[in-house]
Design a protein around this ligand. Structure first.
Ligand code: MGD
Ligand code: MGD
Ligand code: MO
Length: 689
């Protein structure tokens, strides 16, 4: 059961959440800190006490700091509720090198959005009348509120869904139209759509006039990007591109060109995601129902309301030392948008192997499994073997943890308390995760682990709070009432939903709060809509980007070669019953699915003499994997597909070991311009074993 107060989640949990008890009671979970006693990756461990673990880590990290500077240690964690505890430790220790999973997942769209719109933006799929989707598989790669939003739009509101996807995904299956696009070419369609909107005068001129900078340069760039041009590149018919664009324009602004999530399809992610945002901008759907909108956090919301409708969160006041060493990913100016925002995760490998720009000696990893989720597994193994010291915090001996010196066992989400988290949408919202069962074994939550380690390292001055109660109280600035409400309800929502350019919502908002901002003459808050870009406008073309990454100021099409002519495209995706490279050893989920058959088209399979169920080898310059063929017409003949996260090479994950193909072992290490993305599409050959 979910929390039925959390209306965007509809009181439900997903399959992975539903299997929480199966992880909780899994005898293969780690429940004691472990110390490596054999060679790296050999699988020889000794159980140790937390005290010994902290002392060992503290003395190693302090020694590295003394010999090489604190910057010689990288700290990485999948971003989320736990990550800042690790990053706070890094700040106290003095290393600038903190990394999230940004460049293996959302970096493409989030950096493109920041460059163009000034910050990240959200989708109002639930109110869309027409959704155009470029491989955002929300019915398998689940985001509870967006997945439910899209279902609502389709089922309750009769919205039309058009999907461009190289394979017949679940979203493609539930769509009104599926167009099997050639992998990595989506940008041509996005630009052709912009071309049609401008050429046929279907775009929102008043919106562009008021809010957009650099329209002329963009319009000039797309003047030749006709649907006929795009057809040659994408294999999608020009007449379809034109028709879909016209249909969308007729229903604007309640339409959404979905800008995707895992943005790793092509090296031209920066251009692709900007082109998708550009189509939305031309349709004038920003801050309109069914389009795109900015999250309304307490601070800005209260200002519009003229009163304190929602409490806002504070951080415990800590002054960290100033760090002068540059980050390891700060070598090239074009990546400036990443430096304060997650960083280029894979630069840890370059710094370790090539001392570029200086050598790393240590790596502290929490809740991340780069051995599976970064590219070129062999190179990661080499880097990990070269480091002096590695700490990994996980719930299993993951493939990555298998190469650590010390493994710290975290309590699972059912066993731990977390701080209050901001989940603001069209109005301010908060939630909190609370311990519901006793802790199993000798595990601890992240906040406690990194705090206690910090103290063992002599950094106690950075921890003015002592436990989750005092930390939550500091977040709430002493407002016990707020803390109690969030704890009692689990999910709290404040005020009325607001989109700045929706008259009805603005009228209701203004009528609710006596001191609210006065609506504009047209009944909206359009005058309050500002973009945090250098010009304060939506930068369809950007002088700032041009100065940091010459040639990239204007959104431009570039040819990309993702594979050799005699290879097949290799693409991946999420499956509904597993999470990334995290859940494949959980008993209940591994029973539901323990292998990832390789999708291959009947024509291609026929030429290679392959039938469904045959053992096949998938290989290229980077690696070779053995798996099982799944022959299906639901994929382009020039493409093969596998669900990610399978084929673990760590024996200790007994239920996942060697089951299926390991995607990271087939992907070369390639980094995209500006957004720093770790590319996930490559070429492979396939043969029957
Ligand atoms: N080839 C390929 N690579 C990909 C992708 C792809 O599609 N194809 N997808 C990319 C995407 S979208 C993402 S987001 C990244 C994700 O990549 P990662 O950042 O590596 O995250 P996960 O794979 O989710 O791995 C999380 C690790 O956390 C552990 N874990 C689970 N729960 C807890 C907990 O409560 N505490 C702690 N400390 N650990 C826990 C799990 O056992 C697992 O080892 O992978 C990316 N990599
Ligand atoms: N059940 C479940 N839900 C999840 C996750 C999970 O692991 N399991 N992970 C979460 C995370 S971290 C994320 S980032 C989201 C990811 O959600 P999505 O962004 O939807 O990510 P994927 O499923 O990795 O990829 C989506 C689709 O892109 C297609 N594709 C590949 N290359 C191309 C291309 O060049 N063009 C087009 N148009 N399509 C292409 C793939 O076939 C795949 O079906 O899901 C989240 N939700
Ligand atoms: Mo992701």
């Amino acid at each position: 059961m979910g929390n039925d107060k959390a209306t965007p989640f509809g009181g439900s949990v997903c399959a992975r959440g539903g299997a929480g008890h199966s992880l909780l009671y899994d005898p293969q979970r780690i429940v004691k800190p472990l110390k490596r006693v054999g060679e790296r990756g050999e699988g020889k461990w000794q159980e140790i006490s937390w005290d010994e673990a902290y002392q060992t880590i503290a003395s190693k990290l302090n020694q590295i700091k003394k010999d090489h500077g604190a910057e010689a240690v990288a700290f990485s964690s999948k971003s989320g509720s736990l990550s800042h505890h690790l990053f706070d430790l890094a700040k106290g220790y003095g290393s600038p090198n903190t990394f999230t999973h940004l460049t293996t997942c959302p970096g493409g769209y989030s950096i493109a959005s920041t460059a163009m719109l000034g910050s990240k933006i959200k989708r109002d799929l639930g109110n869309s009348k027409y959704i155009v989707n470029f491989g955002h598989n929300l019915y398998e790669g689940i985001n509870m509120s967006e997945t439910r939003g899209m279902m609502k739009a389709q089922v309750e509101k009769g919205a039309k869904l058009v999907v461009f996807e190289p394979r017949f995904s679940i979203v493609a299956d539930k769509a009104d139209e599926w167009h099997p696009i050639k992998p990595g070419t989506d940008i041509a369609i996005a630009l052709a759509m912009c071309h049609v909107l401008i050429k046929e005068d279907l775009y929102d001129k008043a919106f562009v006039e008021r809010y957009v900078e650099g329209f002329d340069a963009f319009a000039k760039e797309v003047a030749q990007k006709t649907p006929e041009w795009a057809e040659q590149i994408t294999d999608v018919k020009a007449s379809d591109i034109t028709r879909i664009t016209r249909e969308m324009a007729a229903l604007a602004p309640a339409v959404c060109v979905d800008f995707g999530h895992r943005a790793t399809f092509t090296t031209e992610e920066f251009e692709l995601r900007r082109a998708l945002f550009a189509a939305n901008v031309l349709l004038g759907n920003i801050e309109r129902k069914g389009g795109l909108f900015f999250g309304k956090k307490a601070k800005g919301y209260n200002k519009l309301a003229g009163e304190e409708v929602a409490p806002d969160l504070a951080k415990p006041g800590v002054n960290y030392p100033k760090i002068t060493a540059p980050r390891i990913d700060q070598v090239d100016d074009q990546y400036y948008l990443l430096w304060s925002n997650g960083g280029i995760y894979q630069s840890i490998l370059d710094a370790t192997l090539d001392a570029k720009p200086y050598a790393l000696k240590g790596w502290v990893i929490s809740r991340s499994n780069p051995m599976q989720t970064m590219t070129d597994r062999a190179r990661i193994e080499k880097a990990m073997k070269q480091l002096d010291f590695i700490v990994c915090c996980d719930v299993y001996i993951s493939e990555t943890a298998a190469f650590a010196d010390i493994i710290l066992p975290e309590s699972t989400y059912l066993e731990r308390d977390e701080e209050i988290a901001d989940k603001s949408g069209k109005n301010p919202r908060y939630y909190v995760r609370q311990q519901v069962v006793d802790v199993i074994g000798d595990t601890r939550p992240s906040w406690q682990i990194w705090r206690e380690l910090g103290i063992a390292m002599g950094l106690e001055q950075f921890y003015p709070w002592t436990n989750m109660d005092t930390l939550r109280m500091a977040q709430a600035k002493g407002d016990a009432n707020f803390v109690n409400t969030v704890l009692e309800e689990g999910w709290v929502s404040y005020g009325k939903p607001l989109m700045l350019r929706e008259k009805g919502m603005v009228a209701e908002f203004a009528a609710t709060y006596a001191n609210a901002r006065k609506p504009d003459a047209d009944g909206t808050y359009a005058s309050a809509l500002k973009f945090k870009t250098p010009t304060g406008k939506i930068e369809l073309s950007s002088a700032k980007v041009e100065s940091m990454a010459p040639g990239r100021g204007v959104i431009r099409y570039r040819d990309v070669k993702l594979k050799d002519d005699d290879q097949l495209f290799f693409i991946q995706g999420k499956v509904a019953i597993h999470t990334n490279a995290a859940t494949h050893n959980i008993p209940m989920l591994s029973q539901l699915m323990s292998d990832n058959g390789v999708w291959i088209h009947p024509l291609t399979a026929g030429k290679l003499g392959i039938r469904s169920g045959d053992e096949i080898r998938v290989y290229n310059q980077t690696g070779s994997e053995v798996g099982t063929a799944l022959v299906t017409p639901g994929i382009r003949p020039d493409t093969v597909f596998a669900y990610m996260g399978f084929g673990s090479k760590n024996k200790e994950l007994q239920r996942a070991f060697n089951k299926g193909v390991h995607c990271g072992n087939l992907l070369p290490d390639v980094t995209s311009p500006v957004v720093g993305m770790n590319l996930h599409t490559t070429g492979v050959k396939v043969e029957k074993v």
